[in-house]
Design a protein around this ligand. Structure first.
Ligand code: NAD
Ligand code: UDP
Ligand code: UDP
Length: 363
């Protein structure tokens, strides 16, 4: 059992509700694929004010266009490797390129984003807490009870890190439970991402143990849906774009490697449940349905364009051979499991890709 429970009372949520009407939530990487869907869901609650900090490396303002100008929404061009001084109650820390093409493009920057970026967000969460500690320190001088000070020191902004199934590397345990420590190449071309996320998780737990920060860690497995970057090289976006363009679906050899694909609305639901609940995690969030890349190509071909070929191409180094989440903890602790099957999710994504690629149904 890697998850630890935290006392429910001194949550910033309650504090925030008592002193101010709105909850101010920072979403780093909110202009990206998962981040923008998360922002849509958070904005549905009128009590939420949402601030997005993003450097637009892989994200786009387009993903957030319906919120720009909204009184409860703010968009900041900001790189998380630089310090950020704002006041917030919760932090969803997503900023980091997720597609292998983009995270390998500038690996040093990817490590900085994971390590320095996470350190800065933890520093921010801690500083916001210090504000309340200071306030209650004066109350203590006025002979207010000591207990109040202890509670006060817990009023940190709660921070959730989107970690990844890549922390399991090329896993030797299948499916992967949270207790598995992984099989990661520390000097390979993927290490900037997977070792970067492993250090980010370490930092989260060290701030939790050393400073009492309220942390949440989600280990996200492959997620797909509308607004994925069309040309980011990830397998689902590649296959759908190729099928719509009438190009061969490029299965990287051997094609027997497996992945489990979670539809983005299910993922967002899991992230919010984790943030609002009492468990630190790490908790796996993903869809346990497991497919080989050949099976995925055949499904896309059948559903989107039966005329396209499936072509075998060379693979990249260190490609994990199998991946499937054990979601027992998510079910038991969050009451969460994915609702949308791959066959139902792919057509929803197809619509969005058709619009963006300008390919209509008759093609
Ligand atoms: P994405 O690339 O669409 O979004 C990432 C966002 O972070 C982009 O908007 C990008 O511009 C921004 N960003 C990158 N570096 C930044 C920096 N230094 N400062 C500020 N902003 C920066 O990716 P996504 O699929 O939405 O992934 C979001 C998070 O979920 C990432 O942390 C990723 O590691 C994690 N994750 C995603 C998946 C998946 O399948 N999509 C799987 C596992 C983990
Ligand atoms: N930080 C930040 N915003 C804040 C507070 C801190 O970006 O509101 C950064 C700060 O620049 C530092 C990091 O977070 O690099 C860690 O901060 P912490 O206070 O934990 O450590 P220290 O500054 O003592 O190294
Ligand atoms: N893949 C593929 N064809 C592509 C792109 C990827 O067969 O056009 C394979 C890749 O080799 C890997 C799997 O799909 O085994 C998932 O790759 P992706 O880059 O989407 O995600 P990750 O490797 O991070 O799970």
């Amino acid at each position: 059992q890697t998850s630890t429970k935290q006392p429910p009372l001194p949550s910033p949520l309650r504090f925030s509700k008592f002193f101010q009407s709105n909850m101010r939530i920072l979403v780093t990487g909110g202009a990206g694929f998962i981040g923008s869907h998360l922002v849509d869901r958070l904005m549905e609650n009128e009590k939420n004010e949402v601030i997005v900090a993003d450097n637009y490396f892989t994200g786009s303002k387009d993903n957030l266009k319906k919120w720009i100008g909204h009184p409860r929404f703010e968009l900041i061009r900001h790189d998380v490797t630089e310090p950020l001084l704002i006041e917030v109650d919760q932090i969803y820390h997503l900023a980091c390129p997720a597609s292998p093409i983009f995270y390998k493009y500038n690996p040093v920057k990817t490590i900085k984003t994971n390590v320095i970026g996470t350190l800065n967000m933890l520093g921010l969460a801690k500083r916001v807490g210090a504000r309340f500690g200071f306030l209650l320190y004066f109350q203590r001088n006025l002979k207010c009870c000591y207990k109040l000070f202890l509670i006060g020191s817990n009023f940190f902004a709660r921070i959730l890190l989107t970690s990844t199934s890549e922390v399991y590397g090329d896993p030797l345990v299948h499916p992967q439970p949270e207790s598995y420590w992984g099989n990661v190449n520390p000097i390979g071309v993927r290490s900037c991402y997977d070792e970067g996320k492993r250090v980010a998780e370490t930092l989260m737990f060290d701030y939790h143990r050393q400073h009492g920060l309220e942390i949440r860690i989600a280990r996200i497995f492959n997620t797909y849906g509308p607004r994925m970057n069309i040309d980011d090289g990830r397998v689902v976006s590649n296959f759908i774009a190729q099928a719509l363009r009438g190009e061969p679906l490029t299965v990287q050899s051997p094609g027997t490697q497996t992945r489990s694909f979670c539809y983005v609305s299910d993922m967002v639901d899991g992230l919010i449940r984790l943030m609002e609940g009492p468990n630190t995690g790490p908790i796996n969030l993903g869809n346990p349905g497991e497919f080989t890349m050949v099976e995925l190509a055949e499904t896309v071909k059948e559903l989107i364009n039966p005329k396209v070929e499936i072509k075998m191409v060379e693979n990249t180094p260190d490609d994990p051979r199998q991946r499937k989440p054990d979601i027992t903890q998510a079910k038991e602790l969050l009451g969460w499991e994915p609702k949308i099957k791959l066959r139902d999710g792919l057509p929803r994504m197809e619509e969005d890709f058709r619009l963006r690629l300008g390919v209509d149904k008759s093609n």
